[in-house]
Design a protein around this ligand. Structure first.
Ligand code: DOR
Ligand code: ZN
Length: 344
C-alpha cells in the first residue's frame, strides 16, 4: 500500500502546556489530529470547569484557522467535590477527570495520596458517566520504577474496577504486558491509550550504549516483551485500545540535564510513527479504528468528518523545534521515517 486515507484521528492523551510552548504544540497537533484530550497538569493544575473553559479558549485562539477541537480534562485533587462533577457532567468542554497519584510524574504534586478517599467521587462519576483517566503507576518510592504500573494494578486499579464496575476508566499510556492483560480481562469499561514510544522502544533504547534523555518518559520504557504485548493489543482490533500519544514537550536543557524531565515530544510525527508500526504488523487496515474511531466511541463523540492522507514516502523528522532562543527535541529527531502525512 502506498497511500492511506483515513478519518482524521483524535489524540486521546496530549500535553499542550502553556505560555510560549502552547503555540508550537498546538500547531504540530492540529495537522495530525482533529481533536485531542488535553491533560490538565499545568504548573497551576486545571481543577475546575471554569479554568478548563479558559484554557480551552486559549487553545482555540491559537488554532483559530483550523477546526481543531480540544477536549478538556480536570486534575483530580483532594478538593474535587461533587458539585464540580455535576458541572463536568453538564459541560460540553470537559470530557474527563485525570487522576495522578501524587508526585508520580511532571506537575503532579497536587495529585492523590490515598485513593480510597476518592471513592465517593468515583461513585458519582460512575453515576454521571464521567470518565476517569488514570496515570496508573504507584507513587510508593520503595517500589522499583519498572514495577510501578503492575503494583498500581494490584494495589489500586483492580479494586477500583471491582468496586465501581460501570465507571468508565482510561488506563493511560500502558507500558506493560500486565496492563494489556488487565484491560483484556475487564468488562469493556476499562480502556487504555497506547503511545508510539511504548510500541517502538524498550528500556535498552533508553539505557544501553549511553543514556538517552529524549527517550525518558513515565511510565518508563519496559522490556521488549512488554513492547510486543502492547503492539499486539493495538493491532488486535479490540475497541478497548486506542491512540493517545502522551506527546509531552520539555525544553532541551530540561531533558539534557543531571535531573532530566520525563516526557517525549511526538506531535510532529505521530501518525507517521503509528502507520509504520501498523504496516510492520501487516495491520494497516486496523489503523483507522485505533486512531479515529475507538477513542471517539469511548468518549461518546461523533466521528470526524475530515480525512488525512498518509503516503509511503520518506520523511525526515525535524532535528529540533525552535521556541525563541530555546529548543524542543522531538522523538526520532533527524531520523528518516517511511511514511509521511500529506495534503489531501
Ligand atoms: O513522560 C511523561 N510526561 N509522563 C507523564 O505522565 C507526564 C508527561 C509530562 O507532563 O511531561
Ligand atoms: Zn501524559
Amino acid at each position: 500500500m502506498s497511500e492511506l486515507i483515513i478519518t482524521k484521528p483524535d489524540d486521546m492523551h496530549l500535553h499542550l502546556r502553556e505560555g510560549a510552548m502552547l503555540k508550537y504544540a498546538c500547531k504540530d497537533t492540529e495537522k495530525q489530529f482533529a481533536r485531542a484530550i488535553v491533560m490538565p497538569n499545568l504548573k497551576v493544575p486545571i481543577t475546575s470547569v471554569n479554568q478548563a473553559e479558559n484554557y480551552y479558549q486559549d487553545i482555540k485562539k491559537i488554532n483559530r484557522d483550523s477546526n481543531f477541537e480540544p477536549l478538556m480534562t480536570l486534575f483530580f485533587t483532594n478538593a474535587l467535590d461533587r458539585d464540580e462533577i455535576r458541572k463536568v457532567s453538564d459541560s460540553s468542554v470537559v470530557h474527563g477527570i485525570k487522576l495522578y497519584p501524587s508526585g508520580v510524574t511532571t506537575n503532579s504534586d497536587n495529585g492523590i495520596n490515598t485513593i480510597e478517599n476518592c471513592f465517593n467521587i468515583f461513585e458519582l462519576m460512575q453515576e454521571c458517566e464521567v470518565p476517569l483517566l488514570i496515570h496508573g503507576e504507584s507513587n510508593d518510592k520503595s517500589v522499583d520504577i519498572f514495577d510501578r504500573e503492575k503494583v498500581f494494578i494490584d494495589r489500586h486499579l483492580s479494586g477500583i474496577h471491582s468496586k465501581f464496575p460501570e465507571l468508565r476508566i482510561v488506563f493511560e499510556h500502558i507500558s506493560t504486558k500486565e496492563a494489556v492483560d488487565f484491560v483484556i480481562g475487564t468488562n469493556n469499561k476499562v480502556n487504555a491509550t497506547i503511545t508510539p514510544q511504548h510500541m517502538l522502544l524498550d528500556r535498552n533504547d533508553l539505557l544501553s550504549d549511553g543514556i538517552k534523555p529524549h527517550h525518558y518518559c513515565l511510565p518508563i520504557l519496559k522490556r521488549s516483551e512488554d513492547r510486543l504485548a502492547i503492539i499486539k493489543a493495538a493491532v488486535s482490533g479490540s475497541k478497548n485500545f486506542f491512540l493517545g500519544t502522551d506527546s509531552a514537550p520539555h525544553l532541551r536543557h530540561q531533558k539534557e540535564s543531571s535531573c532530566g524531565c520525563a516526557g517525549i515530544y511526538s506531535a510532529v510525527c505521530a501518525m507517521e510513527l503509528y502507520a509504520s508500526i501498523f504496516e510492520a504488523e501487516n495491520a494497516l487496515d486496523k489503523l483507522e479504528n485505533f486512531s479515529s474511531k475507538f477513542g471517539a466511541d469511548f468518549y461518546k463523540l461523533p466521528y470526524n468528518k475530515l480525512k488525512i492522507k498518509l503516503i509511503k514516502q520518506e520523511y525526515q523528522v525535524p532535528r529540533k523545534i525552535n521556541i525563541g532562543t530555546e529548543e524542543i527535541i522531538p522523538l526520532f529527531a533527524g531520523e528518516t521515517l517511511s511514511w509521511q502525512l500529506s495534503e489531501i
